[in-house]
Structures are given as C-alpha cells and as structure tokens.
Design a protein around this ligand. Structure first.
Ligand code: SAH
Length: 381
C-alpha cells in the first residue's frame, strides 16, 4: 500500500493508528515481540477505542512494552471543539480540533436504519468549486488515516451509538487524498477493526477521472457519488474548475466504465442554483446525458454561502426539475434537509470559527450562538 505513516513532527514518532494489522505485525516482528501483540494493540486502537490516549492504558500489555511502544509511536486523538445538536431531527454537527490546531467538520445524521456519519478527508480543499464553503480559504493539508478514523471513533464515543453508514462528503476531496483514504477504508472495514462493510460507505468526488479508474480496479463495493452539478461543460466550467481538466464526456465515460466493472450504480449530486443550472432545458439535457446509465440523481437545493451570492430556486421549480427527470426516465430525488436549525453546510462552521478566530473562544457547546437556518448537505438516497 503506497502511503506514508506520517510522523509526529515534534518527536518523529510513527502514527500507529494509521497502520494496518499486517503492518503492525511486521513492526512487532522487527521489535522482537510476539505476533499476537499486534492483534492486541490493534484491538485497543480500533475496536475498544474508548478514547485511548496512551499505551499504558492498554491493560493487557506489560509496562515495559508500553514504554517501548511509546518511544516509537504516537496515538492520534482529536478533540471536540464545538458540538451543535438539532432540536428538530437530532442531527449532530461536530467541529473537531486536530493536534496541529487545524479544525474539520463531521455530522451525524439519524435515519430509521441507523446513524450515518459524514466525515472530512482534508483540511480545506483545492478543487475551488464556486458554491462551496470548504474551498474558500484553500487547501491546508490532507487528513491522515488515523484522523479520519478518529472522526468516527469520537462521534461514536460521544453519541454512545455505532454508525451504520458513512459518507465521505465533508470538507475536502477524498480522491485528492487517495492513498490515505484507501488505507483508512482498509482499516475501517477490517474484521479486527470496526468491520464496517464498505457497502455502507459512499465516497463523493468532484470527478478526478484518473483516480476513479484507480478506485474502480479495487472493487471495494462502496457507492461512488459524483458531484455533477451541470448538464454540460459550458455550465460546469462556470462553477467547477475541475471540469477544465476533465470534460463531462470523459467523466461520464468513467462512470459508465465504473458501473460495468463493479456493478455498482452511480449516484450523482446536482446542486440546483437559481438561474445557473435549474432550467427545464438543463433537466432535458441532463436526462439525455445520463440515459441508459444505472444511476440515481440527488437534487440539492443549493445552500447559499455568504461569499458566493448563489441562490436556490423556488420549491416549485425544484420539484418541477425532479419531475422532468423522472418523466424522462432518470431516477431523481430531492435531498431531505437535516439539521436546518444548526449551521450545518459543509465547511461553513469551520470557516466561521476561523474567521472569528475563535477556536479558543468557543468552548464545547450544545447550542449555536446564532442559528443560521442552513442545512447539512450530506445524505444517502
Ligand atoms: N469534494 C467532494 C466531497 C465534498 S463536498 C465532492 O466534490 O463531491 C460534498 C457535496 O456537497 C458535493 O456534492 C458538493 O458539490 C456539495 N456542495 C458543496 N457546497 C454546496 C452548497 N453550497 N450547496 C449545495 N451543495 C454543495
């Protein structure tokens, strides 16, 4: 698996929570420890995960080994900087603090079948989509596998409930952090870890075609979500710089190939922006493009981001767009809005917090200081 096990820059220790069980076994062999130690440690890190912060908390390993481990490895942990709970539907939004002072967001959404968690994969984003808050201040760095795992572990620990499904739709572009995301998914789905079937995972991308092909070859069984947001290149180029690199025909060919190879139906995200991509002609063109492809279109009334000035159309307009797609044979639903009383659109909480320079000034709180009536964007069909 080609990726780095990031070291803690302060003391050059290795990130043990980002290691697969196999790698941990190799590490133990190099340290002349018995192989079963690897399973014990992995179990503490990925199954018990009661917020374990040090090797001395692992009660079934000796003090001498704990010390040895402590010299070579660190255990990643994140903190809950802010927590907002929706009074309407129980959606929980977290602002997590990372060890280097950066922040990312994650959201727990409650469905009949169980909790779904939306996590971030990068601090900031390079993709530059015009309607998205995550990209306004640019890209800072990739998240490590351990940081992505810790988003899950912290949310589970805080809610006291296991997650049933996962969406990679928070801050960042998962396929721009490909190696770490694959390593994260490998650890997450391992029977000795959380054992979460990747059939319960959706990965959302703005369309990095080369990486879609790489992902396809792994046949992980996850659902691929494509942020399409336009029926043609002309409109897509107005809002999504990635479309200058890969045109829509190339992207949709990759989607068809992905389905043919994996048998997994593609999900398309389409944020409806008034006057930009929501006309009846756009619906017709979109239906034409997707004709014959086993897929689902998720229509999202765009979330206005202060800095951008995009608006959503009327409810009627949105319904009409959906009905047109359906009528033309394309499966389409309008995304249910969750957490409408908490400030929940991806990237906005982090941005506001940073703008106010208030990581320190915001203690963990259950209430937003000022509800903004925004909604969370992630969901599953
Ligand atoms: N980078 C990935 C995943 C993160 S964004 C991607 O592009 O898919 C998660 C989803 O929210 C994407 O579909 C994105 O286009 C959409 N999105 C971002 N800002 C939005 C907004 N203001 N309104 C509606 N959808 C938005």
């Amino acid at each position: 698996m080609g990726t780095e096990i990031r070291t803690d820059t302060n003391n050059s220790k290795l990130d043990i929570k980002s290691m697969t069980l196999q790698e941990l076994k190799t590490e133990m062999a190099a340290m002349e420890e018995k192989p079963f130690r690897a399973a014990q440690i992995y179990h503490w890190l990925h199954q018990k995960n009661h917020g374990i912060r040090s090797f001395s908390q692992m009660t079934d390993i000796s003090g001498a080994l704990a010390e040895k481990l402590d010299q070579r490895y660190y255990i990643n942990a994140l903190s809950i900087q802010r927590k907002l709970v929706s009074k309407i539907d129980g959606t929980v939004k977290y602002l997590f603090g990372l060890t280097d002072g950066n922040c990312v967001e994650a959201v727990v959404m409650r469905y009949k079948y169980g909790n779904s968690l939306c996590i971030s994969t990068q601090v900031g984003c390079k993709m530059g989509c015009k309607f998205c808050a995550s990209t306004l201040a640019g890209w800072v760095r990739n998240l490590t596998p351990s940081e992505m795992l810790d988003e899950i572990y912290a949310a589970q620990e805080d809610t006291g409930e296991k997650i049933a499904s996962l969406v990679l739709m928070g801050i960042g572009e998962p396929l721009d952090n490909y190696d770490n995301v694959i390593r994260f998914l490998t650890i997450l789905s391992s029977p000795e870890g959380q054992n979460l079937s990747l059939r319960h995972v959706s990965l959302s991308t703005c369309g990095l075609v080369d990486r879609i092909y790489d992902l396809m070859k792994l046949k992980l069984g996850l659902t691929l979500s494509i942020s399409l947001h336009a029926p043609n290149d002309e409109i897509r180029r107005q809002t999504m710089p990635v479309s200058l690199r890969y045109d829509i025909d190339t992207l949709l060919k990759a989607c068809r190939d992905y389905f043919a190879y994996t048998g997994r139906r593609i999900s398309f995200e389409y944020a409806l922006i008034a006057g930009v991509n929501d006309s009846p002609e756009c619906a017709r063109e979109l239906a034409n493009r997707l004709k014959g492809m086993p897929c689902h279109v998720n229509l999202i009334p765009v979330n206005p981001v202060k800095e951008r000035g995009y608006r959503r159309g009327s409810k009627q307009n949105i319904l009409h767009f959906q009905q047109m797609l359906q009528h033309l044979g394309i499966n389409a639903t309008v995304r249910r809005e969750l957490g409408s009383d908490i400030n929940a659109a991806c990237g906005q909480l982090r941005r506001e917090t940073e703008q106010a320079n208030c990581a320190a000034a915001f203690p963990t709180s259950n209430q937003p200081s000022k509800p903004e009536g925004r909604v969370h964007l992630c969901s599953e069909q």
